[in-house]
Design a protein around this ligand. Structure first.
Ligand code: PLP
Length: 401
């Protein structure tokens, strides 16, 4: 057989998906014979069902034969609705032409990096951060340059630190706020300083705002609210998290840079031609219909966050801050790792086998995640309580502080 492309050796993965097959095997072979089940606290997938008005819009669209190809960058009504929503936080009015709809928010990462990065180009990425950024940069021959997000800085960073990472090869910075996996939120001052640096050094910005509606304090600030940024920024957003629509696969890019919008459209033409028509109609209902379900789900996440934070801090050797956004808890387990002489990946595996709870090691999000494990609190309150009871019992049996 001829060999695979060299690029494939550089493509990474997203652990939240790849651990599932290992976990399912363990559940099936070890836990089920004992009448037990694994508790899944690892994935960022809302356990709520998609609100009914959105489901009905999808069904109506099928019945109305919205089952054909659409224009590649999306149906005009959805592009217009996205532009209006994005304009609320930006210093400019976005138009429908500034929006490229895609069959996942995740696709924006792939296509924007594809549009910009040549081998040798550097991209500054949050670390810990969503693993797909680094994976795609490496795949395309670029160099990811990690920007450490540290617990002691409330998962922000200093502008001096960011500045020290910029070189003549830097082409792009990726930001994500509210953030996966830390739940951290970048302050207005940090974003303003970043915007300044991006303009001074002529850098592109990918602003991943997929968690913008899951914010527990204050108002979401987009880097596009600063003068001169909409032209060099692509906003990534979509319906998955805020509207509990992960399985529908719908996202979009928003940019005031017409050349970038046209390249993204061309990439979509080469890739999927367009996003499924009926899904776009459901997405339109999500954005333009009643928003109370979004608030209800967010309030529920906040209750679960408070419960999880208090239960986690009762486990010996575990500590965490209360995150300001998203639905993740990045828990410091350094004392346990030091005492047991294991790393966070080994520890996550021990928790799966010993407590029957699936979590992700911090290193699934980059090297600066060592010493941490990530919980997701989209699970039901019952699962959170039971999972934490099992973890506390297990950890108490192997560690005491
Ligand atoms: C930070 C971040 N960006 C993008 C995505 C992708 O979102 P979608 O599932 O809508 O493609 C995720 C999903 O987990 C995420 O956590």
């Amino acid at each position: 057989m001829k060999t695979f492309s060299k690029r494939m050796a550089h493509l990474g993965t997203e652990n939240a998906f790849s651990v599932i097959s290992k976990a399912k095997k363990f559940e099936h072979e070890v836990l089920e014979p004992q009448g037990k089940k694994l508790i899944y606290l690892q994935i960022g997938e809302p356990a709520f069902d998609t609100p009914d008005n959105i489901k009905q819009a999808g069904i109506r669209a099928i019945q109305n034969n919205e089952t054909h190809y659409t224009a590649s960058p999306g149906i005009p009504a959805l592009r217009e609705a996205v532009a209006q929503v994005a304009s609320r936080q930006a210093c400019v009015e976005y138009q429908a032409a500034d929006v490229v709809v895609m069959p996942a928010a995740k696709s924006v990462i792939f296509h924007m990096i594809n549009a910009l990065i040549d081998p040798g180009d550097e991209v500054i990425v949050p670390n810990p951060g969503f693993p797909i950024y680094e994976s795609v940069i490496n795949y395309l021959g670029g160099t990811p340059v990690p920007l450490p997000l540290l617990e002691e800085k409330d998962f922000n960073f200093s502008l001096e630190e960011l500045k020290s990472l910029i070189t003549p090869k830097t082409k792009m910075i990726i930001i994500n706020s509210p953030q996966n996996p830390t739940g951290g939120v970048l302050t207005r001052e940090t974003l303003e300083g970043m915007a300044q640096l991006a303009k001074e050094h002529d850098l592109w910005v990918l602003s991943d705002e997929i968690y913008d509606k899951i914010l527990y304090e204050g108002e979401h600030v987009s880097i596009t609210s600063f003068e001169g940024m909409p032209e060099r920024t692509v906003i990534l957003n979509g319906v998955s998290k805020a509207y509990a629509m992960t399985g529908w696969r719908l996202g979009w890019a928003v940019t005031k840079n017409a050349e970038m919008a046209s390249y993204l459209e061309q990439l979509i033409i080469n890739d999927t031609s367009c996003t499924a028509a009926m899904i776009q109609h459901a997405g339109l209902e999500a954005l333009t219909g009643p928003q109370d379900a979004v608030t209800t789900m967010k309030n529920e996440y906040q209750t679960r966050r408070d419960l999880l934070v208090s239960l986690v801090n009762e486990v010996p050797g575990f500590s965490c801050r209360s995150p300001k956004g998203a639905f993740y808890l990045f828990v410091n387990v350094k004392p346990i790792l030091a005492k047991l002489g294991v790393n966070s990946s080994e520890f996550a595996d021990m928790v799966m086998r010993g407590a029957g709870v699936l979590l992700l090691p911090g290193t699934a999000f980059g090297a600066h995640g060592e010493g941490y494990i990530r919980f997701s609190y989209v699970a039901s309150e019952e699962n959170i309580r039971e999972g934490l009871r099992l973890i506390k019992d297990y950890v108490s049996s192997i560690y005491s502080d």
